[in-house]
Design a protein around this ligand. Sequence first.
Ligand code: NAP
Ligand code: ZN
Ligand code: ZN
Length: 351
Amino acid sequence: MKTIRVKAYGTDSAEADLKQFDINRRVVTAKDVEIDILFCGVCHSDLHFARNDWGMTQYPVVPGHEIVGRVTKVGDGVSKYKVGDLVAVGCLVDSCRTCDNCKADLEQYCPEWVGTYGGYDKHLDTNTHGGYSETIVIDEEFVLRVPENLDHAGIAPVLCAGITTWSPLRHWNVGKGSKVAVVGLGGLGHMAIKLAHALGAHVTLFSRSTNKIEDAKALGADDVIISTDATQMENAMGRFDIILDTVPYAHDLNPYVGALSTNGTLVVVGYLGPLDPMLVTVPMIMGRKSVAGSLIGGIAETQELLDFCGKHNITSDVEVINIQEINQAYERMLKSDVKYRFVIDMKSLKG
Ligand code: NAP
Ligand code: ZN
Ligand code: ZN
């Protein structure tokens, strides 16, 4: 298969900083779209993956799955996009397209789904490489259309932070009058607040950080509970229909189960791994409460969200950086020192 070399940023080990190197992109085949990447968001998953936090990383890694760009080439069989279109790529670049999940627009739960990075690239027989790069080439079925009225940098985080919180909000039927809580005010958390607020819910933030109260309210939260304050946590008992937990590391879920009302659901979207401390089932049984998980969203649902954002003029609050600042950005993300998503201006890689 014909390929072209493009510049990218990534790493070849869990310990090393990210640095510049070249990768191959395939020349468009019949159903492919080539995209010149304008902006790419920086997700906490990029950091987890680069540093092998989940024990599954194969190197080299080129992270990035919040991609916004312009179409530069299309294959002969492409019908949905043309050169010049403003488009996006999220966390998925392929799936089997025939299983029950694929048929139900739940490609993210397809056993053969291909991640935008760290998946298996069947065309080039290598790992897939993500958006910290000049261009990407993918099948048109996995390309999304971006409303032109939205800020290009600000819309990038919608492709992961946005859809990961939107999908459970929709699945658990959040709407006017729903009592929603969000745990953690970072990339996912701030999109969760904006989206739940736009759906008409009453929104509460649980945060460790006393310095984020004003910001949370400006983003659309009605209330903030400081999770390290025992009295405030006591007062939170039994209040919420749904809680979205975006915290990236192991932490105690039991107080959040306690904060659910009868029939309520705690949806874990942040931490991936065994719980410590363990879950206590008593409040679940006594209140028919659920603890669930959720993974990003399907292609149709991501398009639904982009269109919703276009209609309601919703974008992420971003700090735009150059690619050369990515290692410092990771360190700052670990300290929750970002309001509320880093987005890379990919001009800095091309220049
Ligand atoms: P982020 O921007 O770093 O935000 C995480 C927030 O969690 C922080 O701002 C902080 O908020 C809170 N937090 C609590 N304890 C923390 C700790 N020990 N260290 C750091 N933060 C802590 O991360 P993100 O990009 O939103 O991603 C959140 C998690 O979701 C990551 O683990 C990521 O891999 C995962 N993720 C999952 C999916 C999915 O499909 N399920 C998709 C994307 C990302 P406060 O200061 O307010 O407490
Ligand atoms: Zn992500
Ligand atoms: Zn499938």
